[in-house]
Design a protein around this ligand. Sequence first.
Ligand code: IMP
Ligand code: MG
Length: 183
Amino acid sequence: MELSDVDLPEDGVLLSAGQIADRVEGLAREIEVAYEGLELLIVGVLGGAATFTADLTRAMRRPVEIDWIAASSYGSGTKSSGVLRITKDLEIETRGRHLLIVDDILDTGLTMSLLTSKLTSRGAASTEACVLLRKPYVPSRAIEPKFVGFDIGDTFAVGYGLDHAGKYRNLRCIASLDGTATR
Ligand code: IMP
Ligand code: MG
């Protein structure tokens, strides 16, 4: 990656590192309250939610277990293929567990709804969703997460784990790809 790939113009920034950190702390408090007295298994969706999951779980002042699943409904473009590919499955047994699926962004909700059905069908005690970002509502959306960091506009977001064709994941902020497409 060239330095210019991570050196984004100020006007492309949707959320600063500070705004993200504050909201992640807030989400951790919401989750602590919702799961008080319950054992919690956090299911991070690789690779977009790796950064968010790491920060969110470290902000929690309670024991949690963490496992990872890799699923994607996108190729290297910016349009959903409508197909979910599971490329890495969980290793921890989910039967009877309270699961919180953590993803980076909800768009059509296809990824989250397919993951929720799959994990529920394996006998989880409960399956809820947490996303850092949520795109504007579309009537076809199959699921609304219990925990949402930020509602954003209809743009392709990159940074803080979110990529476009494999790039920008290591940005500390979240930026709109439109603001950077010409670079
Ligand atoms: P959905 O299935 O349409 O809700 O898409 C969710 C998945 O698509 C997320 O887990 C992301 O991996 C990816 N995605 C959707 N929108 C964006 C975006 O704006 N930037 C980066 N990835 C996105
Ligand atoms: Mg994803």
